[in-house]
Design a protein around this ligand. Sequence first.
Ligand SMILES: NC(=O)c1ccc[n+]([C@@H]2O[C@H](COP(=O)([O-])OP(=O)(O)OC[C@H]3O[C@@H](n4cnc5c(N)ncnc54)[C@H](O)[C@@H]3O)[C@@H](O)[C@H]2O)c1
Length: 259
Amino acid sequence: MGCLEGKTGLVTGVANDRSYAWFIAQSIIREGGTCLFTHLPGEKMERRVRKAVDALGVEEPWLRPMDASCDDSLDAAFDEIASGPGKIDFLVHSIAFADRDWLREGKFTATPREVFTQAMDISAWTYAAMANRAAPLMTDGGGMVSMSYYGAEKAVPGYNVMGVAKAALEATTRYLAMELGQQNIRVNSISGGPIRTMSSMAVGGFSQILDWVEQKAPLRRNVTGEDVGDSAAWLLSPHASGVTGQTIYVDCGYSSMGL
Ligand SMILES: NC(=O)c1ccc[n+]([C@@H]2O[C@H](COP(=O)([O-])OP(=O)(O)OC[C@H]3O[C@@H](n4cnc5c(N)ncnc54)[C@H](O)[C@@H]3O)[C@@H](O)[C@H]2O)c1
């Protein structure tokens, strides 16, 4: 029996079959869990996400539009969960956004206000916004996980404003854990190593980051989607029953190195 047998939850952030959210859903499903999915509004987005969800072998998936930057859209998606599946046991927040023009080496200092606030809004605040809507549906407690990156704590060339947003995301994780623990809801983040996805390719110098990690990480390789997916499934499962408020590194050990 899988460690998520009988559990249902929302997985946000599947864009295609290279998304971290896709790998997380794959591991959850293998462990017996049921995933509900969202896509950015629009027919093209829906088609793309539906294709990726099909590849997970999910028949008749629960798939609804949700733009996390819009309160009405967040409300509508969670209202539909409340009136449909009802109770949930887990939430996966695997979304982020920053204007790629400002994810270039040497461009952090001049980041415009609207670029900064949009990155913080979509990449950090939405974890709290989703948690606030998900918690009342988690009547038996549960788990939440979000995706961060090492650029939250060390300056990584090109990561820029996204690093600041990830630092906020990790702090948000701790504050959510503090408040939602009373409902036996555990809230964590994974600091995942770099993999090629639509979002990561927007970060200037991303290929060099991959090369560097491969040389320097203790495991002498980059992380895979499966590495992160399996760790997320573990964090959401009862096997991680005493873990909350944490940012767990799934990065082939890169963050443990001094040089
Ligand atoms: N790929 C990496 O190297 C890496 C490393 C560490 C952490 N992460 C994090 O993993 C998460 C997933 O990114 P990914 O790399 O899988 O890329 P991805 O492009 O596959 O996924 C990003 C998702 O964010 C969604 N999104 C953006 N704005 C949104 C909005 N307003 N409302 C709803 N959804 C929105 C996109 O639709 C997409 O599904 C992000 O938080 C990212 O920062 C990625």
